[in-house]
Design a protein around this ligand. Structure first.
Ligand SMILES: [Zn+2]
Length: 228
């Protein structure tokens, strides 16, 4: 597997695809499991480096069979540097969840919890994911965060998928408020995938995630992947 330094055309027929590298040079990788040509579903375990309980869900998904008709793509972490340092931001001090190139706006200075970077998709981690999702065109994308213990409601097909996920996991639904939400990853993905009626949302896990909960979330991913 070659990991490109600069995002380019990806070989999406490969089972493991290098998407790009972090600021410190760590590979950002997507693993494909399940049926090639099935409904593409992307799961991103970590975007904020200190919110990494989603890794347990990625492990559950990797270690268990994928239902027929689903092509599951697992990105363990799109912020390996932040994860290694157990910091929210990447190695440039940027909140990657404010750096996506849709409705981007300047926020803060380096090191601020929501620093948005020097411009839309200024960070290599963001570029790697934008390139990947833009080429794969998944039907469902899920990002895991902590620790608000919530799934936000939404309208239309996306609202239905989110509500189903909440029902399957017994996770509460409610609005997330109080921040400045420009350059958000799921908002970018929703806009990018809108022509294909793609669904993108975040799941806020709690402060901790038990093995039983990780299994429940993995089951929910598989089920919404089948149901679409
Ligand atoms: Zn977060």
């Amino acid at each position: 597997m070659a990991v490109p330094d600069v995002p380019g055309l990806l070989d999406l027929d490969a089972p493991v695809v290098g998407l790009g590298r972090s600021v410190n040079g760590a590979p950002i990788v997507a693993e494909r499991i399940g049926e090639p040509g099935g409904r593409p579903v992307v799961v991103i375990g970590v975007i904020h480096g200190d919110e990494d309980d989603g890794l347990a869900i990625v492990d559950e998904l990797r270690d268990n069979p994928v239902p027929d008709g689903v092509e599951l793509w697992l990105v363990e972490s799109m912020n390996p540097d932040g994860q290694a340092a157990q910091l929210r931001e990447n190695a440039n001090g940027v909140d990657l969840n404010r750096n996506f190139p849709y409705r981007w706006g300047p926020i803060g200075v380096p090191g601020d919890p929501q620093y948005a970077g020097t411009g839309p998709a200024s960070e290599p981690e963001t570029q790697a994911i934008v390139n990947f999702i833009g080429q794969l065109r998944p039907e469902i994308v899920i990002w895991y965060h902590q620790d608000l213990f919530i799934i936000s409601p939404a309208e239309g097909r996306e609202g239905r998928v989110r509500a189903r996920y909440a029902e399957l996991t017994n996770w509460p639904m409610g609005g997330i408020t109080g921040g400045t939400y420009t350059g958000v990853a799921a908002t970018w993905a929703r806009n990018e995938l809108a022509p294909d009626d793609g669904v993108a949302f975040i799941v806020e896990l709690g402060p901790t995630l038990s093995p039983e909960e990780a299994e429940r979330h993995a089951n929910a991913v598989r089920t919404v992947g089948v149901e679409g």
